[in-house]
Design a protein around this ligand. Structure first.
Ligand code: DCP
Ligand code: MG
Length: 355
C-alpha cells in the first residue's frame, strides 16, 4: 500500500519562540545568535529579519551589517526543548511511527489514519492546529508518499503552509528544484554537481544512473532515484516500543461481570486493531483494574504464541480478569495491554518507537 508521510517543521523556530514570549518582538526582525555578539553565528532569524538577507549559520557580525536595527537575542535552549517535547507528544498522539530530525522537525508515517473520509492533508492540518493550540506557534507541513518528498513539500509554503506532493505534480516540482535543495545534497555534492553543470532537478534527471554512480558512487544511484520521485526509506523511530494497551475509566463503579467483560472485549478489539495496523504481535497479555478506592491491580500471562487477534487476546484477558476480580469489590478502571512485541512479518526485527 502507498505510504502517507508527513514532514512537519516549525517556522523560524527559535525566533518564533522569542517573539511569542516577548510581545514587543512581534512583527520585528529578531535574530537569535550564539555566544558573543561580535563573534557568534546566527542560529535563526525571524521572517522579518530574513527580508534583510539574514539567515542561519551567518556570522552575527555580517547580520549586524545587513540588519543594524534588528533585535539580537541569545538562545534559550530550555524553552526550545520544552516546546519540542510538546510537539513530539502531539505527533505521538497521531502515530507511533515518528522520526524526529531535530528539535523542531519530524517525519510521521500516518498511512493508517488515511481513509476515504480523511485525507493525509487534513491530518497534517489537524496536527498543525494542535501544535498551535498547545504552543501558539506556527509550523509548516509537507505531505507525500515518501520521506524526502514530504520534506521538500514542507519547505515550499513556509510559514504556516501545508503542501502536498503527489504523482501529478512531483516531476514538475523536482524539475524546478535547485540541486542544493535536494535532501541529501550537502555543500560538497552541490559544488560538484554545479561543476558538472547540474543546477536543477531537471538537469539531474538527464543523467543516467551509471554516469551518476561513476561521479558520486553509491550516492549516485540514490540521486538518480530522487530525481524521479522514488524513495522507499523507512522512518527511523528511536526507542523500543514495549507495549500496546488501552484502558477505560468508568463514570461510576461497576461490578457486573457481564458489563465489564463487554468492555474488556472492546478493549481487546482496539488493541488488536492497533497491533494489526503496525503488524505487531505480542507474547504477554496484561489486565489491569483499579478498584473504587483507586488501587491498581494487574495480572499478566505469557502466551504460547505471539497474539494479535481480538479473540486470542480476549481469551487470555478473560481468564486474567477472573483471577483478578473480587466479586464483592466494584471497579473504576479496566485496561488490557499486549507486550513483548515482535513484528509479524519480520519476526527478528526489533520494533522501535519514540519516547
Ligand atoms: N538552527 C541552528 N543553526 C543552524 C540551523 C538551525 O541553531 N545552522 C536552529 C535554529 C532554528 C532551529 O534550529 O530555529 C530549526 O532549524 P530550521 O532549519 O528548521 O530553521 P527555522 O525553524 O529557524 O526556520 P524555517 O522556518 O526555515 O524552518
Ligand atoms: Mg524550522
Amino acid at each position: 500500500m502507498e505510504r502517507r508521510i508527513i514532514h512537519i517543521d516549525m517556522d523560524a523556530f527559535y525566533a518564533q519562540v522569542e517573539q511569542r514570549d516577548n510581545p514587543s518582538y512581534r512583527g520585528k526582525p529578531v535574530i537569535v545568535g550564539g555566544k558573543s555578539a561580535s563573534r557568534g553565528v546566527v542560529a535563526t532569524a525571524s521572517y522579518e529579519a530574513r527580508k534583510f538577507g539574514v539567515h542561519s549559520a551567518m556570522p552575527t557580525k555580517q547580520a549586524y551589517k545587513l540588519c543594524p536595527d534588528g533585535i539580537y537575542v541569545r538562545p534559550r535552549f530550555d524553552q526550545y526543548k520544552a516546546v519540542s517535547k510538546q510537539i513530539m507528544d502531539i505527533f505521538l498522539s497521531y502515530t507511533e511511527i515518528v522520526e524526529p530530525l531535530s528539535l523542531d522537525e519530524a517525519y510521521l508515517d500516518i498511512t493508517h489514519l488515511v481513509s476515504r473520509e480523511r485525507s493525509a492533508q487534513s491530518v497534517a492540518l489537524d496536527i498543525q492546529r494542535d501544535i498551535f493550540d498547545a504552543t501558539r506557534l506556527t509550523s509548516s507541513s509537507g505531505v507525500s508518499y515518501n520521506k524526502y518528498l514530504a520534506k521538500i513539500a514542507s519547505g515550499m509554503n513556509k510559514p504556516a503552509g501545508t503542501t502536498v506532493i503527489d504523482y501529478d505534480n512531483v516531476q514538475d516540482i523536482l524539475f524546478g528544484l535547485d540541486i542544493g535543495d535536494f535532501p541529501g545534497v550537502g555543500r560538497v555534492t552541490e559544488e560538484k554537481m554545479k561543476s558538472l553543470d547540474i543546477h536543477t532537478g531537471e538537469d539531474l534527471y538527464q543523467w543516467s544512473e551509471a554516469a551518476l554512480i561513476e561521479q558520486f558512487g553509491k550516492k549516485g544511484a540514490s540521486l538518480h532515484q530522487k530525481a524521479r520521485g522514488i524513495g522507499t526509506s523507512e522512518l527511523k523511530v528511536e526507542r523500543v516500543r514495549k507495549s500496546i494497551g488501552k484502558e477505560t475509566t468508568f463514570n461510576y463503579d461497576i461490578n457486573e461481570d457481564e458489563e465489564i467483560l463487554k468492555v474488556i472485549e472492546e478493549l481487546c478489539g482496539k488493541v488488536s486493531a492497533r497491533l494489526e495496523l503496525q503488524q505487531f504481535a505480542g507474547k504477554v497479555v496484561t489486565v489491569k483494574m483499579k478498584t473504587a478506592d483507586y488501587v491498581s491491580h494487574t495480572r499478566q500471562m505469557m502466551t504460547n504464541n505471539p497474539v494479535f487477534t481480538e479473540d486470542e487476546i480476549y481469551r487470555y484477558a478473560y481468564s486474567l480478569y477472573h483471577e483478578l476480580k473480587d466479586p464483592d469489590v466494584p471497579i473504576r478502571l479496566i485496561g488490557v495491554t499486549v507486550s513483548q512485541l515482535s513484528d509479524r512479518t519480520y519476526r527478528n526485527l526489533t520494533i522501535y518507537d519514540f519516547m
